[in-house]
Design a binder for this molecule. Structure first.
Ligand code: PMP
Length: 386
C-alpha cells in the first residue's frame, strides 16, 4: 500500500521550487569566483547582481542594501554585533531592546551578551504572543541603541506591529531591526513601509536553497562586519560568493513576489480548514497565538493530556510531518519557551503541535490529517496517567 506523505513543517523549511532547482543547476556551471575581474568572474558577478535585485524587489528595498549571508541566524548575529561594538567603543546609547519570543538566534545571542555585561531588555508579550505595547513604550528611552522585534513568529505565527514599534523607537533615536524570516512570501513585506533599518531573512523558508540569506541594511544605518577577511559585499561580509545559492534565492524571491497574494489566501484557507476541523472533532484543545495577526500558514495547537512529542511520532507513522513548538528546540523535551513567555500553562506548552502549510499542500492533506489525528489524541489521552 502506498504511504501518504504530508509535509506540514514548512516553517522549519520548505522544499525547493523546481524552477529554483533548475536555476541552481545552471548557476553551478558559473564556476568563476565572482570577485575575479576576468570573464568567468564577471559572469558569476552578473548572476549574483540579478539575485540581489530580485531579493530587493521582493522586500521593497534598494539592491545596495542587501548583504548576503549564510542565513537569518548569521544576519541576526551580525545586527547585535554591530551594536555590541558601538557600545564597546563607548556609545552613550548602551541598551538594546528585544522581545521574549524571538528566534533562538536572537534569544541565545542576548543571553550571551547579558552574561558579558551588556544591557538588553526583553519586552514581554500578551497571551497571544503580541508585544505588550505599554511595556515596549516604557522600555524605550534615549539610552536605547537598537530595538529588534521579529515580524512573524516561527512557532505560533503571531505578527508583531513592527511599523508602529519602529516609529516609536525612531522617536527616541534608536535603530530598528526586524527578523522577517517567517513572513517573507507569506504576507507582503516592505522594508520601506515597515520603516526598519535592518531586516533578516533566510532563503529556505520561501522555497529557495538552505544556507543562504541576507541582512538588508538601510544606507545610513551603522555597520560592522561579523565575518572579516575579504572585500566581498563592499567589505560587509567576507567569503567567496556562493553563486549558485544566491542565484537560487533570487529565483525563489521572484516566484514569491509573483505568487504572494494567492499563496497568502491559499495558506489561510488550508489553515482555517484544519483549525475548524480540529475544533469540531477533538474536545479540549487550545489554539495558540493571535488569530487576527497571524502568519497565514501557521496553526499551533495544544492538546492537554497528550504529549507533543508522542503526537508528533504517531503522526509521523501515518506519514504526517509536523513539529512540536519550534523545530530548533526539537530533540529536547523542554516546553515551548514561546508559549511560556505568552503566559500559557506549562502543561499546554508541553503538548503543542505546530502545523505549518506551504505551497505544495492541498485540501486532501487537511482531510487526511483530520482523519488520522483524532484517534491518535484519543489513544494518547487514554494512556495518559494524568
Ligand atoms: N529567524 C526565524 C524567525 C526563523 O524561523 C529561523 C529559522 N528557523 C531563523 C531566524 C534562522 O534561519 P537560518 O536557520 O536559516 O539561519
Amino acid at each position: 500500500m502506498e504511504q501518504h506523505t504530508i509535509y506540514l513543517d514548512n516553517n522549519a523549511t520548505t522544499a525547493m521550487h523546481e524552477d529554483v532547482i533548475e536555476a541552481i543547476h545552471q548557476a553551478n556551471m558559473l564556476y568563476g569566483n565572482a570577485s575575479s575581474m576576468h570573464m568567468a568572474g564577471r559572469q558569476a558577478a552578473l548572476a549574483i547582481e540579478q539575485g540581489r535585485q530580485s531579493l530587493a524587489s521582493l522586500i521593497d528595498a534598494e539592491p545596495s542594501w542587501v548583504v548576503f549571508t549564510s542565513g537569518a541566524s548569521e544576519a541576526n548575529n551580525t545586527v547585535f554585533n554591530i551594536f555590541k561594538e558601538r557600545i564597546d567603543l563607548g556609545s552613550k546609547r548602551n541598551r538594546m531592546v528585544t522581545t521574549t519570543i524571538e528566534h533562538p538566534s536572537i534569544i541565545e545571542t542576548v543571553k550571551y551578551l547579558k552574561q558579558h555585561g551588556y544591557k538588553v531588555d526583553e519586552c514581554p508579550v500578551d497571551h497571544t504572543g503580541r508585544v505588550n505595547m505599554d511595556a515596549m513604550k516604557s522600555l524605550l528611552g534615549e539610552d536605547v541603541a537598537l530595538v529588534s522585534v521579529m515580524l512573524g513568529n516561527n512557532e505560533i505565527g503571531t505578527i508583531q506591529p513592527v511599523a508602529e514599534i519602529a516609529e516609536l523607537a525612531h522617536r527616541v533615536g534608536a535603530y530598528v531591526h526586524t527578523d522577517a524570516t517567517q513572513a517573507i512570501g507569506k504576507i507582503p513585506v516592505s522594508m520601506k513601509a515597515l520603516g526598519v533599518d535592518y531586516l533578516s531573512l533566510s532563503s529556505h523558508k520561501f522555497y529557495g536553497p538552505k544556507g543562504v540569506g541576507a541582512l538588508v541594511v538601510k544606507a545610513k544605518a551603522p555597520y560592522t562586519p561579523l565575518v572579516h577577511g575579504g572585500h566581498q559585499e563592499g567589505g560587509k561580509r567576507a567569503g567567496t560568493y556562493n553563486t549558485a545559492s544566491i542565484v537560487g534565492m533570487g529565483v525563489a524571491a521572484s516566484i514569491a513576489q509573483r505568487d504572494q497574494k494567492q499563496e497568502q489566501m491559499k495558506l489561510w484557507k488550508l489553515r482555517e480548514m484544519l483549525r475548524v476541523g480540529i475544533l469540531e472533532r477533538i474536545s479540549n484543545v487550545v489554539v495558540n497565538g493571535n488569530q487576527e495577526h497571524c502568519l497565514p500558514g501557521t496553526l499551533d495547537v495544544s492538546f492537554p493530556h497528550a504529549e507533543g512529542e508522542s503526537i508528533l511520532l504517531y503522526l509521523d507513522m501515518e506519514g504526517i510531518m509536523v513539529s512540536t513548538g519550534s523545530a530548533c528546540a526539537s530533540g529536547s523535551l523542554e516546553p515551548s519557551y514561546v508559549l511560556l513567555a505568552s503566559g500559557v500553562d506549562i502543561e499546554l506548552a508541553h503538548g503543542s503541535i505546530r502545523f505549518s502549510f506551504g505551497r505544495y499542500n492541498t485540501e486532501q492533506d487537511v482531510a487526511y490529517v483530520l482523519e488520522k489525528l483524532p484517534p491518535i489524541i484519543k489513544r494518547l489521552r487514554e494512556m495518559s496517567t494524568r
